[in-house]
Design a protein around this ligand. Structure first.
Ligand code: MEV
Length: 321
């Protein structure tokens, strides 16, 4: 038996624009996914035959294991909201890669897990996915993804993906917060409306191809992220919150927000340093950076959404057994 755990993520700034090479900054959250792999007579998920339509990520991860591996059973438990912008499919893919590799007895590391999980995400998102969710889930902490990393970011690995728009390449790195940075809390609010990342990424691609001038919104997100990253590296939390708010405005301009997300965000802003949608949008989650997580969680629940409080800095994926 082998068991691995991988955390979900929250994107502070840069979602969608990162698919086009602009920078994004994400942090690992407390909640995550556990995957247990055991020898079995056939490939199963939760005691049912593995269905590649229901579990495209697992199918893709298995395809990169040594030929003739398995069959194995998967048991999955998650504390993340699903299809909610918390990176549940990335965490599943990373944990499944680590547990499978360990069960097979081959060598594997977090970078291999991040790369394989990125390919699984891309396959499930019609070929378009940045390595943001998967790298954050694997590495933990604060992760930066960009076509070129600024000097304060420690380079960890390079990622590439063949897409219908050509070869895309990213550098993935991490930043350490200064000592005594005293980070605020994160509060995530799930609208209860699941959102498919692939669909939202395709919607942005269609918008850009029919209105090329709208690329300027993505350029603005890139600029905001660069400013936000500088603030984060020096733990200037008010400026981090301002960058989150500015990023949300651009995402809203790209029609990625919804009336419910807007209501939740407006309701928590008086108690937050910043608040925005996080992840693909079109439903899913909003997030707030706050010194008053209880009050923010109460506001979210009062408006009919589900709240989840998380510390700011959390570990990446690990093999448990
Ligand atoms: C989804 O969590 C983040 C997006 O930028 C998609 C991606 O990076 O692959 C919307």
């Amino acid at each position: 038996m082998a068991k691995a755990r991988a955390p979900g993520k929250a994107i502070l700034f840069g979602e969608h624009a990162v698919v086009y090479g602009h920078p994004a900054v994400a942090v690992a959250i407390e909640a995550g996914v556990n995957v247990t792999v055991m020898d079995n007579k056939e490939w199963t998920v939760e005691d049912r035959p593995l269905d590649p339509i229901r579990h495209p990520h697992l199918k893709s991860i298995i395809s990169r294991m040594p030929q003739g591996s398995g069959p194995y059973s998967f048991q999955i438990s998650s504390t993340l909201f699903s299809a909610a912008g918390q990176g549940s499919s990335a965490a599943l893919s990373v944990a499944a890669h680590l547990a499978l590799s360990n069960q097979i007895g081959g060598s594997s590391n977090l970078i291999d897990a991040a790369k394989s999980a990125h390919l699984a995400e891309a396959a499930a998102q019609s070929g378009r996915a940045s390595p943001t969710d998967t790298a954050t889930s694997a590495l933990g902490g604060c992760v930066v993804v960009s076509s070129s990393l600024p000097p304060m970011v420690k380079h960890v690995f390079g990622a590439e993906l063949e897409t219908s728009e050509g070869l895309r390449t990213w550098d993935v790195g991490t930043i350490d917060l200064p000592d005594n940075s005293n980070p605020p809390s994160l509060v995530l609010g799930f609208t209860g409306n699941p959102s498919k990342t692939g669909k939202m990424v395709a919607m942005v691609a269609d918008l850009i191809s029919s209105n090329p001038e709208r690329k300027s919104d993505l350029d603005s997100i890139g600029d905001i992220t660069t400013v936000g990253l500088i603030a984060l590296a020096s733990a200037e939390w008010e400026a981090v919150g301002m960058a989150m708010n500015a990023c949300h405005d651009r995402l809203e301009a790209l029609s990625l927000s919804t009336p419910f997300l807007e209501k939740l965000i407006a309701s928590v802003r008086p108690y937050s340093l910043g608040a925005k949608l996080t992840g693909a949008g079109g439903g899913g989650c909003m997030m707030a950076l706050t010194r008053d997580p209880k009050r923010v969680a109460q506001m979210i629940e009062l408006h009919g959404a589900k709240a989840m409080i998380s510390s700011f800095h959390n570990e990446g994926a690990q093999i448990l057994v």
